[in-house]
Design a protein around this ligand. Structure first.
Ligand code: NAP
Length: 316
């Protein structure tokens, strides 16, 4: 089994891959280019790609009979892989659901609190030596305890965010999602996204990136939000119309935003970087050693299943 891993991995993942398979690990942290992706499909039985590796239909079209039978994506989001083209080429696709859920929900809560309580702005003020001392009307933000959170996409991460908001902060939970959910905490389903947007203090985006969710959060949804409300996106950048978000922030249509992902990442518009009411993280949802190690093991479990002729545990 020849395995190609597209980025350096945590040590335990590297050790297991090297021991179990004939493994090549690319030393670079940048996305694969077209030539590298085509070569990976031609020369390896399995590939562990990740975010940014655009396995689009034309990549598969250029490799007539790929040796590769599996793209075991490192990450739960796989919108960078054309799964239809992969299937037509006889390449299965797997991902790493579950391993990422709590860590990404934690980053959502980080962004909710930082945005609502102006934590980034306060830290910048202090570091700039401009803090004149405490006073009763200094830097007042939005108190989230007891307020209402709206979850867009009540899947694994959406539910983990909602649980934290409900049990941790006594927040009311409302949500918009594709299918009906049976939940272990009180939450009200809302059939219209704009109705949800209009009725919450914090709107959290947790749907997968896909054609169906491209610009789901558009100018209309932002216009429906309260001027005191905050938008948090921990899912994929292009789910939010970034230009419409910038306009909504500049005109005070919404109070603030907390973002972990960007429409054209790693490019982040100067307009966003300059606004005090925006909290910007560099796609850190799963950035913790034990989480990244668990993700790597999950990807390897899928490679091991392929090697043993078993059903993939996380086929998408
Ligand atoms: P998930 O369990 O599949 O949850 C996604 C939810 O969105 C599901 O409930 C799904 O409905 C719903 N949904 C899908 N399309 C929809 C649509 N068009 N309209 C409304 N709802 C829709 O996935 P997850 O594990 O929670 O992960 C969600 C996403 O987070 C991933 O795809 C990934 O892009 C992103 N993510 C980001 C980071 C980060 O580092 N920032 C880390 C991990 C994941 P159904 O229940 O009907 O399927």
């Amino acid at each position: 089994m020849r395995l190609f891993i597209a980025r350096p991995m945590p040590e335990a993942v590297t050790d297991r891959a090297m021991a179990a398979f004939d493994t090549t690990i690319r030393a670079d942290n940048t996305p694969l280019d077209g030539g590298e992706m085509r070569q990976a499909l031609r020369d390896f039985d399995a590939v562990i790609p990740t975010l940014g590796d655009q396995f689009s239909a034309d990549v598969f079209a250029d490799v007539a009979r790929p040796r590769c039978r599996l793209l075991a994506n490192f990450g739960v989001g796989y919108n960078h892989i054309d799964t239809v083209a992969a299937g037509a080429a006889g390449v299965q696709v797997a991902n790493t659901p579950g391993a990422v859920t709590d860590a990404t929900a934690d980053i959502a809560l980080t962004l909710i609190l930082m945005s609502a309580r102006r934590a980034g702005e306060g830290e910048r003020l202090l570091r700039a030596g401009k803090w004149a001392g405490w006073h009763p009307t200094q830097m007042m933000g939005l108190h989230v305890s007891g307020k209402t959170v709206g979850i867009v996409g009540m899947g694994r991460i959406g539910q983990a965010v909602a649980r934290r908001c409900h049990f941790g902060f006594g927040m009311k939970v409302r949500y918009f999602s594709r299918s009906a959910k049976k939940l272990a905490f009180p939450a009200e389903a809302v059939a219209s996204l704009t109705d949800l947007a209009a009725s919450v203090d914090v709107l959290v985006v947790a749907v997968p990136g896909a054609k169906e969710t491209y610009h789901l959060i558009n100018a209309d949804v932002l216009a429906a939000m309260r001027p005191t409300a905050h938008l948090v996106n921990i899912a994929r950048g292009d789910i939010v119309d970034e230009a419409a978000l910038i306009a909504a922030l500049e005109t005070g249509t919404i109070a603030g935003a907390g973002l972990d992902v960007y429409e054209f990442e790693p490019q982040v518009p100067a307009a966003l970087r300059q606004m005090e009411q925006v909290t910007l993280l560099p796609h850190m949802g799963t950035a913790a050693l034990d989480v990244r190690t668990a993700m790597g093991h999950m990807a390897l479990d899928n490679v091991a299943a392929l090697a043993a002729g078993r059903e993939l545990p996380n086929r998408v």
